[in-house]
Design a protein around this ligand. Structure first.
Ligand SMILES: [Ca+2]
Ligand SMILES: [Ca+2]
Ligand SMILES: [Ca+2]
Length: 396
């Protein structure tokens, strides 16, 4: 479906706050800053899932991002991205739904203006910062992507993290693409175009909240999977910088995905937004770098009460991943640890409670070698077969 700007948008005036029906889609989001959720620390590089009426839960723990980094330093510890500031779930059949994202600073050879993708064995650059520079006419050689949505035909919605001067495009100010603007890059073309300016987004949010608002940076963009409406998050006002807005209805809050409904212990701001099209039970670890003799807890948090999971271990991620339902790939190398963990399947099997939550406490021996242990959980009884992989860096 090709996006179009509702013509009435261009002549918005303040009107009654629209009545909203609750969203029937789940969202993925990332935070601008670390926060706590029911006492659990959530980091700004992690990606959360929210279903209307439920607490948010982790979808992409930091230990999954670092596992996929595949130890590029050659050192003992995996690099963990400082912050993820743009996310998109295309809902395809590959690993992580063929998840796309951007980071907020240049790290490990990746640029903050690159769009990265999860592929067999790790990450690849799907759209390079240099391509955005050309498509948007940004001539200072540097930009930071902070919002992305890719349509099935390849057309891309995106936003910048900072204002950029352009020799091709203008938003509300001639020759300037503002950080609040959303651009459209049609499929198969060389150039992007202005799609929604920051001023238009101000009007949408003002209409949604029934009060005049200056939204600043647009920090996330997505598309309603049922009606094609543009969804977005903004930097301001602070009471709603953790809320999802829709361009539908001349501007509306997405009911059920407001900041107050996401379940965090305090105020939050979202810097990445996607509709969640890929679903899996998430494997987490209480301590990603446990010391010898310490204890840790593995947990699987999904939406399948009573499901039985087997947690399988390996010393490395394989280079080629077999497709599986759920997270989307069987990532573990079938080495000696893999075989050993399978042979101990009864001890590594855990059953989810009525909320779909299962835990496996582990006590490490007092003497263990420094080793990376990769883990993935598999549910033999339901279609959400594979969890995300993660890495636990023992004794390091
Ligand atoms: Ca983030
Ligand atoms: Ca970025
Ligand atoms: Ca932006």
């Amino acid at each position: 479906m090709l996006p179009t700007v509702v013509p009435a948008l261009l002549a918005l005036t303040l009107s009654a706050v629209p009545e909203n029906t609750e969203a029937t889609f789940d969202i993925l989001f990332s935070l601008t800053s670390d926060a706590t959720l029911s006492g659990q620390s959530i980091e700004d590089e992690e990606v959360m899932l929210h279903r209307v009426g439920a607490l948010s839960r982790l979808a992409w723990p930091g230990e999954t991002f670092s596992a996929l980094m595949n130890d590029p330093d050659g050192g003992s510890l995996h690099h963990l991205f400082g912050d993820v500031d743009a996310i998109h779930d295309p809902g395809l059949g590959g690993p992580g739904g063929e998840f796309l994202f951007s980071i907020s600073v240049n790290e490990q050879g990746f640029l903050d203006g690159d769009v990265l993708g999860v592929v067999d064995g790790g990450y690849e650059i799907v759209i390079a910062e240099a391509d955005f520079l050309g498509a948007a006419g940004v001539d200072d050689g540097n930009l930071d992507i902070d919002a992305i949505h890719r349509y099935p035909d390849g057309a891309l919605l995106f936003s910048f993290a900072e204002d950029e001067s352009s020799n091709l495009l203008s938003g509300d100010t001639a020759g300037v693409i503002a950080d609040g603007d959303i651009l459209l890059w049609p499929a198969g073309t060389n150039f992007a175009q202005m799609f929604l300016t920051e001023g238009q987004i101000n009007s949408l949010v003002s209409n949604a909240l029934g009060s005049s608002s200056s939204t600043g940076d647009t920090k996330g963009v997505a598309v309603d999977p049922f009606n094609g409406d543009i969804l977005f998050t903004v930097q301001s006002p602070s009471a709603h910088d953790g809320s999802v807005f829709s361009a539908g209805g001349s501007g509306s809050l997405v009911s059920g995905h407001e900041e107050s409904g996401l379940g965090f212990d305090g105020a939050i701001e979202l810097d990445g937004l996607s509709v969640a099209l890929t679903t899996w039970a998430t494997l987490e670890v209480s301590d990603p770098r446990p010391a010898p003799g310490s204890s840790l807890i593995l947990s699987v948090n999904g939406d399948q009460p009573g499901a039985a999971y087997i947690v399988v271990w390996s010393l490395s991620l394989d280079v080629v991943w077999a497709w599986l339902p759920g997270w989307g790939g069987a990532t573990l190398t079938q080495d000696v640890l893999f075989t050993t963990s399978l042979s101990q399947a009864p001890a590594l099997t855990i059953v989810a409670d009525g909320l779909g939550y299962a835990t496996l406490p582990l006590a490490l021996p007092a003497v263990v070698p420094a080793v990376d242990v990769y883990m993935q959980a598999f549910d033999l009884g339901n279609p959400h077969f594979s969890s995300n992989p993660l890495v636990v860096e023992v004794g390091q």
